[in-house]
Design a protein around this ligand. Sequence first.
Ligand code: AMP
Ligand code: ZN
Length: 454
Amino acid sequence: MLRLYNTLSHEKEEFKPIKEGKVGLYTCGPTVYWYGHVGNMRSYVFADILKRVLMYNGLDVKHVINVTDVGHLTSDADSGDDKMEAAASKEGKTANEISHFYFDAFRDDFHKLNLIEPFKWTWATEHIKDQISMIGILEKKGYTYKTSDGIYFDTSKFADYGKLSRKKIDGLEEGKRVEMGEKKNKTDFALWKFSGTPGERQQEWDSPWGLGFPGWHIECSAMSSKYLGKQFDLHTGGEDNMPIHHENEIAQSECAWGKKPWVKTWMHGAFLNIKGGKMSKSEGKIQTISELEKDGISPLAYRYFTFSAKYRKPLVWSEEAIASAVSSYKRLRNVIAGIENRAGVNKKYLKEFEARINDDLDMPGALAVLWKLVRDEKAEGKIGTIKKMDQIFGLRLLETEEVVVPEDVIVIAEEREKARADKDWAKSDELRDEIAAKGWSVKDGKNGFELEKI
Ligand code: AMP
Ligand code: ZN
């Protein structure tokens, strides 16, 4: 039995899909105005583990991740600049160039982490019609009003507002100054923003309400429902998405579609923090997976690192913590490489492992079971069991690392082979030294030379 913690009920619940055997899963994706950092990636590893656990339980998962390429303002409320427009003017590029450049970088890192590709990446700017149509439905049903800067959702008309974070409208965002502008209630939010000065924005579209662009929240609601239906199983995001973005998504979707609950299970990943606070793009202190790789830290060692805490617990990023994960991951691979392969699966360990993953994705617990198995000298069926476990870990535990010989080293080795054929031993020795200086050793076999890393 798979149990998952549902933010909506504040409880671990038995997970049962709406349609037998099938799961609709939506993950709030990146805002592509800058690089995705190791903090963001923790949220995607969490969603990947969830997806793998659902698949392991025999479910057919349809996973959608959005790409926010318009409408996310510097404040999660409705003030500040559009992050995409601000990045475009800072870098002197078009918003389209910015979004594609940073999405490509994001997706490279996504693949390096062995995260399974979603069924679809949904780009906000490719779904403007769907968003306009959803706002139209809300307008017809009387949930919207107009101010001088846009079309807003009236949260006082949705009695359940705040049900995810369990706060009353009046108490929401207490202590924070909320820019009221012409809003009727401080929790009201923009569905459509007007462009303002003509020609000032790069990204703007015609709508029944005038030239403008969609709000960030309506993007996720319109795109998730388009591909997963007007009611679906699971929605994930980082914990910061919960009190505003997801609360607003619920309000507009339940009012537009008339289905309750719009999403059955809401799951939120805790943050990866740096000492002294959160790691965030807006704070400007970030590190990416590709940067780690340049420093010799493999992306899969980072993946291993994220399993050191349960997904609902904060995790602190430090050089020592990642270094320790790097060495544990290496050790684990080494121990596994030394295991003699015998057929079969160890049922006892596999059962223990399944109990951990099915208990709200307890990855530290699952990792402990794996270590216990590899250290148990008497255990049978180790390799078969590790193979099954790695369907969840995604750590490529049984794949041997591919060694790629650089092209220039091959060229020198070929030259050396020719020198040997010509019996020019002095030249052959010289070339052997040259190869060694590049970190390779050359051996002469029956079928020509072989190169090995020194
Ligand atoms: P963004 O690209 O800023 O819209 O964020 C993409 C995803 O990363 C969202 O689900 C955020 O909640 C999540 N996120 C942002 N910062 C962190 C962090 N430091 N740790 C974990 N998740 C994060
Ligand atoms: Zn979202």
